[in-house]
Design a protein around this ligand. Sequence first.
Ligand SMILES: [Zn+2]
Length: 217
Amino acid sequence: MQRRNVTIFTDASFCHQTKAGGGAYWARDSEHRAQAAFCIKAATQAHEAELIASCRAIMECLKDPNLGPALRQPGTRLILVIDCLFVKSALEWREGRKPKMNANLWLKVTRVRNIIYRAGFELKINHVKAHTGTKQPRTWVNDWCDSQAKIQMRRLRNSLKVPLLCGCGKGQASKEDEICSFCRERWVSRAEAKKVGVRHRGDGLSLEDYRKITQFR
Ligand SMILES: [Zn+2]
C-alpha cells in the first residue's frame, strides 16, 4: 500500500511594536485541500507566532472533514513545511532537550504533541529558508501563506489602540504603510508632487497624497 502524505505549509507574521500577529496555512493530501488564515494574539516574539501558527494548522487539519480522517489512517505521514527552526525544535524535542519558551506556550505544544501521538501519524518537519527577497524561488503556496499572515497581522494591529512608531524614531506611523508623514514627504521629490498637484512643503504628507504621487512611479 502506498504511504499517504498530508503536507501543511504554514507561515506567520509578527509586529514587534504592537505584538500583533497573524498566521496562515495551506494543506493538502493527494485528493483534498484546506486553507485558512487567522490573527495571533498570544505571541510576544516572532518565533512564538510561528509556533502558534503551526500548532493551530495541525489542530485544524485534524478537525478537517477530509484531512482529519486521512491523518488518522495508519501509516500516514504529516509533512509540516516551515521557515522557523524554533518550531522544529519545539515540536521535535526529546526528553532533556526542551527548548526555551513560556509556560503557556509549552502547555500548548505539549497538548499538540499528545494529540499527534494519539492520532498516530508520523510528523516530519521540513525547514525551508525564509523569504529573503528576490533570490529564493518560492512557490505560490509559500507566498500565499506569507501574504495572508501579513493581512491578518495588519487586521489585528489596526484594531489595537497601540500607536505605531515610524522607523525614523520620531513620528507616529500610519498602520497602513508603517511610516510617518515626514518620512513619506522625504521619499518623494518636489517635482513628482508638483506633477499631480500635491503640496510638498516640508510639513509632512498624508498617506492619500503620498499614494497620489507614487502611483505614477
Ligand atoms: Zn518617520
